[in-house]
Design a protein. Structure first.
Length: 73
């Protein structure tokens, strides 16, 4: 990687769906001031970001399984 290049600019954060229970839990954490990485957010390299974005309407487990299948994993 070239010196001085921002590593994070090479990645995109994508959020996928949650179950109603997961959504309630995340909302409760947010109200309490919790900070951190939610279970439905994943970093993707720019090469695979569009593949991930096309699945944001899916639950995060289903989205990841679909992405793996599309990539032949």
């Amino acid at each position: 990687m070239p010196e001085g290049r921002d590593v994070l600019s090479s990645f995109v954060l994508v959020h996928f769906g949650l179950t109603p229970q997961e959504k309630e839990g995340l909302e409760a954490w947010n109200r309490s001031g919790w900070t951190g990485h939610p279970a439905n957010a994943f970093w993707f390299c720019r090469e695979h970001a569009e593949l991930a974005r096309s699945r944001t309407g899916l639950h995060w487990r289903d989205a990841l399984a679909s992405i793996d299948a599309a990539l032949g994993r």
